[in-house]
Structure formats: C-alpha cells, structure tokens
Design a protein around this ligand. Structure first.
Ligand SMILES: *Cc1c(COP(=O)(O)O)cnc(C)c1O
Length: 240
C-alpha cells in the first residue's frame, strides 16, 4: 500500500467519523483531493486507491497535469475518467484554459469571471459546474464576494447559459479550535439556505480542508477539499 493510499483511507475514516457525529450519511460528503504542487505520479497513486475527483489551483500547472495524468493512466493500461476542479483564484485573462480543461470552478467571486467562463466554455462539453466563493471571515480574508452580495451574484451566475451554479465555497481564516472553526462555516450554510429559499437549485457546499474538515462536516459541507492530509505537506513554494 502506498502512503497516498493509506492517507486516503485515513481521510475517509475521518470523514466517516465526522459524518456519524453529525448524524449525516457519509455518502452525502464528496472528497476532492487537492493535488496542487504535487506531481502527476501522485495523482495516479490516488487514482489507484479509487479517488477520481481532483483539485488544482494554478492554471498552467493544472492544465499540464491533466494531460500528464491521462497519459500515465493510458500508458499503464488503466485509462480512467477523472473530474478536475479548479479551486484557485482566477484572473480574467486566464479563464479560457480553465473553461476548456476543467469540469468545475469553485472560486467565482465576480460576475465578469463567470461571464467569460460561460462565453469560453466549448459547446461540445457539458456546462461548467461552478460555486460562488464568499468571504465569511470579513477583514481577515481578501478572497470571495461579500456575504451581502452573494444572492445577487448567484442569481446572475445561474442565468449564464454555459454555467451550472452548484453552490457556495469558502476558505475561512485559520481558527484555534473547532468551535471557532465552525462559525464561518455556519455563516456559509445560512447563505446556502437562503439561496435554496430563493429557488436556486444548489446542492454543493464546498468547505473544509485538512485541518478543519470535521468542523465543516458538522456545519453541513457536501464537498471537502483535502490536500496535505492526502499528499503530504507542500514543499514547493506556492505561486501567489
Ligand atoms: C490548497 C487548498 C486546499 C487544500 O488545503 P490543505 O490544507 O492542504 O488540505 C483546499 N482548498 C483550497 C482553495 C486550496 O487552495
């Protein structure tokens, strides 16, 4: 068993435990394996352990890795359909390769980006699945739209022809203990409930990372984005 295989099992056990503690079915939470800065071989090791959904943060690195992983899997005789999620911040001049190569985008924080992604989504692909990122930590965070703007932005995104709005995403500022970690997640869940009450067909609450997945699951996460706990610490310096 590879270390990545064992780590995936351990993360699965954490998710099961958190779901049970929250009285939720474990199948109601999807695991996104965040492979940013990690080589294609690590993704292949995770695929061998049954993982099929992966998250990337950087456009060039992500697009290159999608091709490399497909080549490696084909070369070993196990071509596998994978689902690639772009979870990083996105500049408007870099939307096209994301619209062409990814199935999901998690960090939509303004309409201009969503419009470009919709315009650039190739006709032969299914609609791009998207989440709107909300800043639920106030001053402590720079990314995401303001909570007051979330409903209007979601309504505008849902109206774009080549996007399918799936829900909300947040990256809260780090907090000391689980009680403090749960507060911003609870705020995101409340906004999510508002979207549903407004009639938007959303089903995805993308929240929770390696250090706070239990808190996120307790507050209703339906998708957790886990990097370090699966692939180990990131050594390579991250591009801001
Ligand atoms: C890097 C990253 C993750 C994974 O973080 P870990 O702490 O390594 O689990 C999740 N979400 C986003 C948006 C990230 O950039």
């Amino acid at each position: 068993m590879t270390p990545i295989f064992a780590n995936l099992q351990a993360v699965g056990a954490r998710l099961d435990g958190a779901a049970r503690a929250a009285g939720r079915p474990p199948e109601s939470i999807r695991l996104l394996a965040v492979s940013k800065t990690k080589p294609a071989e690590d993704v292949v090791a995770a695929v061998a352990a049954g993982q099929t959904a992966f998250g990337e943060n950087y456009v060039q690195e992500g697009c290159a890795k999608i091709g490399q992983v497909a080549d490696l899997l084909a070369a070993q005789g196990t071509p596998t359909a994978l689902e690639w999620h772009f979870i990083g911040p996105l500049q408007s001049n870099k939307t096209r390769p994301v619209a062409e190569n990814f199935a999901w985008v998690h960090a939509i924080d303004r309409l201009k980006i969503a419009q470009r992604l919709s315009d650039q989504r190739p006709a032969e692909l299914p609609p791009l699945q998207v989440c709107v990122e909300v800043n639920v930590s106030g001053e402590a965070s720079k990314s995401g739209c303001a909570p007051e703007e979330a409903l209007a932005l979601c309504q505008a995104v849902a109206a774009l022809p080549r996007l399918q709005l799936r829900g909300l995403m947040a990256i809260p500022a780090p907090a000391e203990d689980e009680a403090a970690q749960r507060l911003p997640f609870r705020r995101l869940k409340a906004l999510f409930d508002q979207l549903q009450q407004a009639g938007l067909p959303v089903d995805t609450l993308s929240m929770g990372m390696s250090h706070d997945l239990e808190a996120a699951v307790a507050e209703g996460a339906t998708l957790v984005r886990i990097g370090t706990a699966i692939f180990g610490p990131r050594i390579k310096k991250e591009i801001p």
